[in-house]
Design a protein around this ligand. Structure first.
Ligand code: THU
Length: 295
């Protein structure tokens, strides 16, 4: 198994490590030895003996996070099986799939965030930041493209469209659960995919006692993305509501989207009961207003 030195390298870089396997304890230990590692290389070892529900349930990773005392957002899981990727995803961890035993397309559709040939592609590094850059490079695009009122350098190596859409819809659905709509009772969730980084930012509607102070989910997601990255280009925006057909962005939100979108930016509308429907931005707002000096 190439690249297993990553475990010791991680520890040197101040990163905690755990081995999490559905195999019984004795087999997990044998596998660690066969990989040229020692149990003492890990801060925690979870085996199938430690949980009732093995992968693809999340328990083994949830347990590992608790034992390491880290949040799911701080953790990165390396997986070489579909069940393992699903398990890590359910636990909320970012997952890097190894193509030693699974192909890239299956890995992405199981929910992997990155795919590498084997562990040796994830070394060397000497700090957590270097490891992050190796695994999740913020790829530099080749040229700038106009997104609404802004020039943005989009990602060169994007994930497949279907994968991006699935992830964005799921983020919008999660945000929808947080919709604050005590007056209308109509919750809305949204998720913006940043063209320059591929990162996904969620937003939900937040109503107000003074009704007009209400903010829509789409604008919430966009302002969240701008707060994180500065100016953004919108690669895709997903909107989730419990309506059939699923609700489109209101005209105010379309104008806000116009500031950061291209005519071909996809707007994906989703709801609990039917398959998502995809539009281009220009279908929903053919003639957006952009301030003359910004065009
Ligand atoms: N709403 C959105 O969040 N997005 C839209 O584009 C349409 C409307 C919210 C605002 C309000 O909280 C509720 O839906 C009913 O208007």
């Amino acid at each position: 198994m190439p690249g297993t030195e990553i475990v010791r390298m991680a520890r040197k870089a101040g990163i905690m490590t755990a081995a999490a396997s559905s195999a019984p304890g004795w087999k997990t230990m044998a596998n660690i030895a066969a990989a040229g590692l020692d149990p003492s290389d890990f801060d925690f070892i979870a085996s199938g003996d430690d949980v009732k529900r093995c992968k693809p349930d999340k328990d083994i990773y949830a347990l590992s996070l608790i034992k390491l005392g880290v949040s799911e957002r701080e953790a990165v899981v390396f997986e070489d099986s579909k069940a393992g990727i699903e398990s890590a995803r359910k636990a909320g961890c970012r997952t890097v799939a190894l193509m030693t035993t699974i192909d890239g397309a299956s890995a992405y559709s199981a929910g992997a965030d990155a795919v590498i040939s084997d562990l040796s592609a994830a070394v060397p590094f000497s700090t957590p930041e270097e490891a992050e850059e190796l695994l999740f490079p913020l790829q530099k695009g080749s040229g700038t493209v106009r997104y609404g009122a802004n020039l943005i350098r989009p990602l060169e190596r994007r994930m497949p469209d279907s994968f991006i859409e699935k992830r964005a819809v799921e983020a919008a659905r999660k945000a929808w659960e947080h919709g604050y709509a005590p007056y209308s009772g109509f919750r809305v969730g949204a998720a913006v995919v940043s063209a320059a980084t591929g990162r996904i930012y969620p937003g939900c509607n937040v109503e107000n006692s003074s009704y007009g102070a209400t903010i829509c989910a789409e604008r919430n997601a966009i302002t969240t993305a701008v707060a994180a990255e500065g100016v953004i280009g919108i690669d895709l925006i997903a909107v989730y509501s419990d309506d059939d057909p699923p609700a489109p962005p209101c005209a105010v939100c379309l104008q806000v989207i116009a500031e950061f979108a291209r005519p071909e930016t996809r707007i994906v509308l989703a709801s609990p009961r039917q398959a998502p429907v995809s539009y281009t931005f220009s279908e929903l707002l053919p003639m957006p207003f952009i301030f003359p000096t910004m065009r």
